[in-house]
Design a binder for this molecule. Structure first.
Ligand code: UD1
Length: 371
């Protein structure tokens, strides 16, 4: 029999790519009387432009708790989140802890909940790059292994979880909450002045992001990649809102020295807010990235994406024809760039259930199962 007590859910957000996933979930939870939601921010990301701006733009409620962990090594950051999250769970006795994505905050909070016997819901379960040198791959594998609700975005996630022996009853193919946020905000983003402010013409520039440790931490690896990007920037402007870790590394490697000589025509700017970056992507000729989520967003925007990694955990974006995994070899990047930039038109498909309703499906399932 259903209890008349609301179901207590603690949702966790920690780093920039979590915020656009939490926004539609917070809204769907608040709209259901059966749910009593609470939001915890771990403070993994804390800069104004990496955190607060997203809460404002996306209308995410103010977190009930901020653990303020900040930056540290992986072990220290993960441990600090766990230490500070445990008393929150003990004091609030939630019926479920919901985590999103694959960042350190995701595994840290999932592990705390699982050890306290609280059911864990993982949104964006089942994605696998099969590259265990990526910290996110470790976070994904471990979080899925201890989750009770595995909410999957794409068919590969279903196949991966099946291959790992996860019982079907725990797995729910719901679509993509990141796309819920994109569809809800696209009109507003298109009305913005991002391009005018940056002096760019639609379809006449490249938008780029780079922040993976494997690409940006070693000066030789970074320069090999950046050399190809400099050549692209001689053809079309490349606009690069740089993640703080990338900017710090570029400063250390001397890219801003001598009047920015090693930068060529690449325009490095501060990280953008959600709406500005969405507009920047939506109007670009193409996007260069090593991010996970951007591969998904470009797929819905129908803007070609060249992924500067050797693998992807989001193969549906390649299957529908929007994303190409071009690796980090300069010749390969330049060849792919010329082909895509020179094409007259571009079309690609839309993954199943990326329709703006994923958070609603998740909320319905949690109410039904936990009620
Ligand atoms: C994290 C995620 C990554 C995600 C990325 C998106 C993990 C393992 N990685 O990587 O999956 O794609 O977020 O942004 O969780 N820093 C700041 N200000 C901030 C946050 C970070 O300056 O607000 C700098 C600090 O120097 C910090 C470094 O960035 O040491 C790395 O931050 P961290 O949270 O450890 O990982 P990200 O590289 O941001």
């Amino acid at each position: 029999m259903a209890s008349d007590q609301p179901i207590r859910i603690i949702s966790v957000a920690g780093a920039r790519p979590n915020f656009m996933k939490i926004a539609p979930l917070a809204r769907a939870f608040a709209a259901r009387d059966a749910l009593a939601p609470m939001l915890v921010h771990t403070g993994q990301h804390y800069d104004e432009r990496m955190s607060r701006l997203f809460f404002e733009e996306l209308g995410i409620p103010r977190p009930d708790v901020n653990l303020e962990v900040g930056s540290a090594s992986h072990a220290v950051q993960t441990a600090e989140i766990m230490k500070r999250f445990e008393p929150i769970v003990v004091d609030n006795r939630p019926d479920c802890v919901l985590v999103v994505g694959d960042v350190n905050s995701t595994i840290a909070c999932a592990l705390v909940a699982a050890k306290l016997g609280v059911p864990v819901a993982h949104v964006e379960a089942g994605l696998r790059s099969f590259d265990r040198t990526m910290p996110e791959e470790i976070n994904r594998l471990l979080t899925d292994a201890i989750s009770d609700f595995l909410f999957v975005t794409e068919p590969s996630g279903l196949a991966n979880l099946k291959a790992e022996g996860v019982p079907d009853a725990k797995v729910h193919f719901v679509g993509n909450v990141m796309i819920d946020t994109l569809l809800a905000n696209l009109e507003k983003a298109r009305a913005g002045r991002t391009l005018e402010d940056l002096g760019l013409e639609p379809r006449a520039y490249v938008a780029m992001t780079l922040h993976r440790p494997a690409n940006v931490d070693d000066p030789a690896v970074f320069e090999r990649l950046f050399g190809a990007i400099r050549q692209i920037a001689d053809d079309l402007p490349v606009v690069f809102p740089a993640h703080p870790r990338t900017r710090q590394n570029m400063e250390r490697f001397g890219y801003f020295a001598e009047g920015g000589r090693r930068m060529g025509n690449v325009r490095v700017i501060e990280p953008l807010g959600y709406l500005d970056f969405l507009r920047l992507m939506a109007e670009a000729r193409l996007v260069l990235t090593d991010s996970g989520g951007i591969q998904e967003e470009t797929t819905i925007l129908k803007v070609p994406c060249l992924t500067l990694r050797e693998n992807t955990e989001r193969p549906v974006t390649v299957d529908v024809g929007c994303n190409q995994i071009v690796g980090t070899d300069p010749d390969r990047i330049l060849a792919a760039y010329r082909k895509v930039a020179g094409a007259e038109t571009f079309t690609c498909g839309t993954p199943e259930k990326w329709d703006g309703r994923a958070a609603e499906r998740i909320a319905d399932i949690l109410v039904e199962r936990l009620g």
